[in-house]
Unconditional design. Structure first.
Length: 239
């Protein structure tokens, strides 16, 4: 075996000449792969003036010296790009997005984007899952229902909103359900970046249920709102 099994660091062989070369190669790889903090995963081409030690996740179909390196870790080391193939389960912090990601064996996935969850899983497969669903909703008419649904048998703790683009037509809006239009907020702001954290008592739902955004005083004629549902599910044992 000439490499370590996980980080693929080269071994120094017994009769090898120039052992320092192999040693330095391993040190460079360790510096690139330990405590993965990536500058970005959003670039479509290599940066023009990378700083020594900066690391990037290569985007899809990147050109130039990044061509053919999709999803790999590109590290600027000693004035050149070095590439490292991630393994399933590796995690990295993306600095420009303030986002934690993991490699699923094919691509990098967010740990924080919906539908996302934190789960406590028993040896027999039972799960307590804290979950988040998120959607951008375009407003039209007297009300608009979300496409995302509160799942059947979910326990909802709240629904939060952010006005993304100015809402027109109505002078405010309510966030709730078809049975209670203001359950998660009433008379909410129509200006961009208006937010609301609609926290309620934990409420159990027994059917898939959309969130309803209802116009006040007049129908919606435009605007978009991001809606996030915060909930828990209790999943049965699998064995």
């Amino acid at each position: 075996m000439s490499q370590t099994p996980n980080l693929l660091l080269p071994y120094i062989l017994e009769a090898q000449a120039q052992k320092h070369v192999t040693h330095n190669e391993a040190i460079r790889a360790l510096d690139a792969l330990v405590q993965l903090v990536m500058t970005s995963q959003s670039l479509t081409a290599p940066p023009a003036a990378p700083l020594e030690g900066e690391r990037y996740i290569v985007g899809t179909s990147a050109p130039g010296v990044w061509a053919g390196k999709d999803t790999q870790i590109a590290a600027w080391q000693d004035g050149a790009w070095a590439y490292y193939m991630p393994q399933s389960g590796w995690r990295a912090w993306i600095t420009d997005q303030a986002l934690m990601v993991y490699f699923d064996g094919t691509d990098w996935q967010s740990l924080l984007r919906g539908p996302d969850f934190i789960a406590n899983i028993s040896p027999m497969g039972a799960q307590s899952r804290f979950e988040l669903l998120e959607e951008e909703v375009t407003l039209v008419g007297p009300f608009t229902d979300s496409t995302i649904m509160i799942p059947d048998r979910a326990i909802v703790f709240g629904v939060s909103t952010r006005t993304l683009t100015a809402i027109t037509g109505a002078n405010s809006y309510d966030c709730g359900l078809s049975t209670d239009s203001g359950q998660y907020g009433s008379a909410l702001g129509i200006a961009p970046n208006s937010t609301n954290s609609g926290v309620t008592n934990a409420t159990a739902f027994y059917a898939d249920t959309p969130i309803r955004l209802s116009a006040n005083t007049a129908d919606f004629t435009g605007g978009t709102v991001r809606v996030a549902i915060h909930f828990m599910r209790c999943l049965s044992p699998t064995s």
